[in-house]
Design a protein around this ligand. Structure first.
Ligand SMILES: [Fe+2]
Ligand SMILES: [Fe+2]
Length: 200
């Protein structure tokens, strides 16, 4: 049994129980992705002075809500009085920001550092903790990822966590523009903040 000490985040939290809840809610493809993100996120946290268990737990659960129906997200936005502007977006934005509320409701995880890393994994933030960055980057570079730019992304992650975040935001904004997709305002705010740091 893997002894990741998630009980230090919430007493009695049993990873095997979480894994079975994830399997109930996710395709095999996404479940495997979450396990890989957990592993990479833990490794990044160890390397870059993050909290290995918080970064790992957030990595594990970051896409927990990704396969829910749109209606469930809409209901959750209303139930938790989240920003009504969220209603103008879609799963790509909801599964992180709104997904954190679903994780609270269903899994009873209330650790705000873990929840923020999950919220921010889709859009970044101007206030990213080391753990937020670890999950954000791990999601982008886990071993099964394969897209133009992945080698560069992995290289940045070896050199500097901040540079990897910056590269990822730039890549994501570019991708959305290329696909004629709308961009959630917080993504632009994150992009502007990070690109101005000039780590690339
Ligand atoms: Fe995601
Ligand atoms: Fe993901």
């Amino acid at each position: 049994m893997t002894d990741f000490n998630y009980g230090s985040i919430k007493q009695g939290l049993d990873r095997d129980e979480l894994l079975s809840r994830m399997q109930d809610n996710l395709s095999d493809f996404r479940y495997g992705h979450c396990l890989r993100v957990e592993k990479v996120s833990r490794a990044l946290a160890a390397e870059y002075d993050g909290d290995v268990n918080r970064a790992g737990l957030a990595g594990l659960l970051h896409d927990y809500a990704k396969e829910r129906d749109d209606q469930e997200f809409i209901d959750t936005i209303k139930k938790h009085d989240l920003d009504p502007d969220l209603l103008n977006y879609n799963n790509a934005i909801w599964h992180g920001i709104v997904g954190a509320e679903i994780i609270k409701d269903e899994l009873g995880i209330y650790d705000e550092d873990v929840l923020n890393a999950i919220r921010r994994h889709t859009v970044g933030s101007t206030h990213m903790t080391q753990d937020d960055k670890c999950v954000f980057v791990a999601d982008f570079i886990e071993p099964n990822r394969d897209f133009p730019g992945i080698d560069e992304a992995r290289k940045y992650a070896e050199k500097s966590l901040d540079a990897a975040v910056e590269f990822e935001l730039k890549h994501s904004v570019q991708h959305l523009v290329d696909k004629n997709r709308t961009i959630y305002p917080a993504t632009f705010v994150s992009y502007n903040y990070w690109i101005a740091k000039g780590d690339l």
